[in-house]
Design a protein around this ligand. Sequence first.
Ligand code: GZL
Length: 321
Amino acid sequence: MKRVLGGIAALGIAALALTGCAANTGGGGDDDLITVGFAQTGSESGWRSANTESLKAALSEENGFELIFNAADNKQEAQIAAVRSFINQGVDAIVIAPITVDGWDDVLKEAKDAGIPVILEDRTVSASDDLYATWVGLDFKQEGKTAGEWVADNFGAEPTNLVILEGTTGSSAALDRATGFAEAIDGTSINVLDSQTGDFTRDGGKKVMEGFLQKYGSEIQVLFAHNDDMGLGALDAIKAAGLTPGEDIKIVTIDAVKDGMQALADGEFNYIVECNPLLGDQVADLVKKVLAGESVDKAYIVPDGAFTQEDAIELLPTRPY
Ligand code: GZL
């Protein structure tokens, strides 16, 4: 297993945050607290829950923040409305986990015109990077590539039929994972029978997998799911079809949340590429740096690991999410 270095980097940044002496920028309720509006995508997956917990823990009052939180139920119009509300409330900074890449230019311009810096976390946007202060997240294309390389290495030499459960349509996570995966299997004997969105949810993964099984049945040899939750939903459909997940259909997913790692340890999944949701400390540190007028990079990538069944059995007891 590749050791995850992101944790060390995050701890280092967290230490800086705790000792950092960001100027009191006031704003919001208690003048000593930094008021942050956080527009989260929703609560579509185990990854999202872990990411929300991480940001709420870091943007806490004891860390010097007053947090206004909104979860947009995976709908961009609700997320944009939340950002407009933060602007109207005159918060000191706005954090966004943008559901999809497009559609952000107008509201980001409104935040800039109001003099409120925007920090992006998790997914990215297509808007010009002069419309936000910085972004911290993951290398989704590499995650897709790592999953594809595992499929190519294990099944690419022989003609192998594969189906894909895609993440939320238009999200940078789904777009970039698809690109990385396709590049990795290019030139192999992997045959993609079908690829549809399950919107990163268990229910979506189950419903789409039911459709795949009705259409292709036991022709399906491998499933690539853009996240654990859709893979976990697909398990129900595979078992209902009388097939054994991890054996009749090999499964590779992305995230490595606890339920996914349990399925991997149990042999129902065969490989998981990590996507680290614990971005809170880095987001909090970046908010303080931006408000203190310190220069920051436009992008910070948190490294990911990848896990086999043996790794999952060893690591499950100590996994932080
Ligand atoms: C990835 C994140 C994705 C996760 C899903 O950083 O945006 O959204 O992979 C989540 O589990 O729903």
